[in-house]
Design a protein around this ligand. Structure first.
Ligand code: SF4
Length: 127
């Protein structure tokens, strides 16, 4: 179920996603958002209650504060480019609640292999 957020919370999340993994000190985030520490603390608490961030106690800049670590991850929808299912004639019946054509689907296999090949070529060109 999607989580309802205010505009300010959405801005905070967008900023936080840039620090995926290690998070950011809450004071730095409030500074970037241009809000007071009081407003910022409220946002942090709300985001934690919504399960979007983890507030980790940390000693930084000579005082105890909180680090906000995102619990959500950005996903790369580019991966889904070219997936055959939306234009497949079996799309209406194939799936977890219908016939399980996807378990042995040659179109899916072809798409996965093509995608894996592209990834391999990308990795080779980086080396
Ligand atoms: S898994 Fe295969 S058969 Fe099923 S909808 Fe996708 S392309 Fe069609």
């Amino acid at each position: 179920m999607p989580v309802k957020m205010t505009k300010l919370e959405e801005r905070a999340i967008k900023l936080l996603m840039k620090y995926e993994g290690k998070g950011i000190l809450q004071s730095e985030l409030w500074h970037k958002l241009g809000v007071t520490s009081r407003e910022g603390s409220r946002i942090g608490i709300k985001l934690e209650k919504k399960g979007v961030v983890k507030r980790v106690r940390e000693f930084a800049n000579d005082r105890w504060t909180r680090r906000l670590v995102p619990l959500i991850k950005q996903i790369d929808v580019q991966v889904l480019n070219g997936v055959p299912c939306p234009s497949c004639i079996y799309d209406g019946v194939c799936g977890p609640n219908g016939e399980k054509y996807y378990a042995s689907c040659p179109l899916i296999e072809e798409w996965v292999l093509k995608h894996a090949e592209c990834k391999e070529n990308e990795n080779d060109s980086r080396e």
